[in-house]
Design a protein around this ligand. Structure first.
Ligand code: GRG
Length: 337
């Protein structure tokens, strides 16, 4: 994994206005975009809800199995922003595919995300008791059921994606999407980011550059890789060309990193009520964060720079069709929770 942003960061310490060329800039999420997002979110909610039933073809489940299904539903359906599945659907449509073709894969990406949240909140990991304004999964269902639910969400993600062949997606594309998702979870993705994050508080660094490099590794792997996979699998399902997929991948990499930079900023500047999770936790636990390493204002500037870079990667696509992706990136950089 290359560390190109660290170099940008070094240059940024001088903080000067950017002279980068800007695509269409959307100053604030407009009502058209909000209603577009709400419509997408509604279809995603419905598909997610249908994907984890509380019985099997009207046959009631054994009580312990029912409890695992309830735990899966608890995190999957508890009001996430749905950024990843939206990105997946929008990427599919951008390359000419139908929303319905990418819906199972969009849900699969959200299942992986939900699985990672359950595991991240466990006492042996981040040990958190609040997520999306509600008690975390293990607080409600206990650790054993939470771990089983996280694993069941992962396997359901694979099952859902493989089922896309029934929607007419060629099987080699479906397998390609499964491969991208698997890579985003393992030691080239979430697991690598989490391992580095858990060890980060105990590390000592020779200098600020080394610290930034490490921080960037964590954030790229913990967050950006799955955001990137969301866009990539959407474009794969939509029949995108290699070049289109590459461009979307670069866009999503910037967006994913920007997402995490803003997450760090919000953690430091917002209350638990505003965030729906324990605010200021990164500071208390001594975690490496962008505001800690470069200051809140520089971190905000960095996020804006990544937003501009993300937009540049969309050049070459139909200018009308990229509007949702431009707006989505703007929404992420301006989000308040
Ligand atoms: C094997 C799936 C798996 C994971 C193991 C636990 C782990 C490794 C990784 C943790 C990854 C993690 C939780 C990263 C944080 C990413 C992040 C920014 C979460 C918040 O995302 P939002 O704001 O959340 O999109 P909502 O609540 O809106 O869904």
């Amino acid at each position: 994994m290359r560390h190109r942003y660290t170099l940008v960061l070094s240059a940024m310490r001088l903080i000067r206005p950017s002279n980068r060329r800007h695509l269409t800039s959307i100053a604030s999420p407009d009502s058209e975009f909000i209603s577009y997002m709400n419509n997408k979110a509604k279809s995603i909610e419905k598909a997610l809800d249908d994907s984890v039933p509380l019985c099997n073809n009207s046959v009631p489940l054994l009580k312990p199995v029912l409890e695992v299904r309830e735990a899966m539903r608890y995190t999957l359906l508890s009001g996430g922003k749905r950024v990843r599945p939206m990105l997946c659907l929008v990427a599919c449509e951008l390359v000419g595919g139908q929303e319905s073709t990418a819906m199972p894969t969009a849900c699969a990406v959200e299942m992986i995300h939900a699985s990672s949240l359950i595991l991240d909140d466990l006492p042996c990991m981040d040990d958190d008791s609040l997520r999306r304004g509600k008690p975390t999964n293990h607080k409600v269902f206990g650790e054993k059921t939470a771990i089983l639910a996280a694993n069941a969400l992962m396997s359901l993600a694979v099952e859902q994606t493989l089922a896309s062949t029934s929607l007419g997606v060629p099987s080699e594309r479906v397998l390609w999407a499964v491969q991208e998702m698997a890579r985003a979870v393992g030691t080239e993705g979430l697991v690598a980011g989490q391992a580095a994050d858990l060890a980060g508080g105990r590390m000592s660094f020779k200098n600020e550059d080394e610290e930034l490099r490490y921080l960037e590794f964590i954030h790229i792997h913990k967050t950006a890789v799955l955001v990137e996979a969301a866009a990539v699998v959407g474009a794969i399902m939509g029949g995108g060309s290699d070049e289109e997929i590459e461009r979307l991948k670069s866009y999503a990499r910037c967006v994913g990193l920007m997402f995490q930079v803003m997450d760090d900023v919000l953690d430091e500047t917002k209350s638990s009520e505003e965030l729906g999770k324990t605010a200021g936790k990164d500071l208390i636990t001594g975690k490496l964060t962008y505001p800690k390493v470069m200051g809140v204002e520089n971190a905000r500037e960095y996020a804006k720079m990544l937003n501009r870079e993300a937009q540049e990667h969309l050049q070459g696509f139909d200018s009308d069709k990229v509007v949702p992706l431009l707006s989505l990136a703007d929404y992420i950089v301006k989000r308040q929770n």
